[in-house]
Design a protein around this ligand. Structure first.
Ligand SMILES: [Zn+2]
Length: 70
């Protein structure tokens, strides 16, 4: 039986793939949870930065030419 290995997308650790089912991206449920949490935090930070940037532009009266090209 051949073992297929895969690198965890969170901790980069190699782990064995089960021969059946959908191949997981993470070596453990802990990594999956942590990766999910980090992604959520990243999105919250990005949203907060965008809102703050809008607020500052608004306060400066720069809303017409808002920010950098996305
Ligand atoms: Zn991992």
């Amino acid at each position: 039986m051949t073992m297929r290995m895969r690198a965890c997308q969170h901790c980069q650790e190699s782990f064995e793939l089960a021969s059946t089912g959908r191949p997981p991206k993470y070596c453990s449920s802990t990594c999956r949870k942590n990766a999910w949490h980090e992604e959520k935090t990243r999105q919250q930070v990005a949203a907060a930065v965008a809102a703050e940037r809008r607020r500052i532009a608004d306060a400066l009266g720069l809303t017409a030419e808002a920010g950098d090209p996305a």
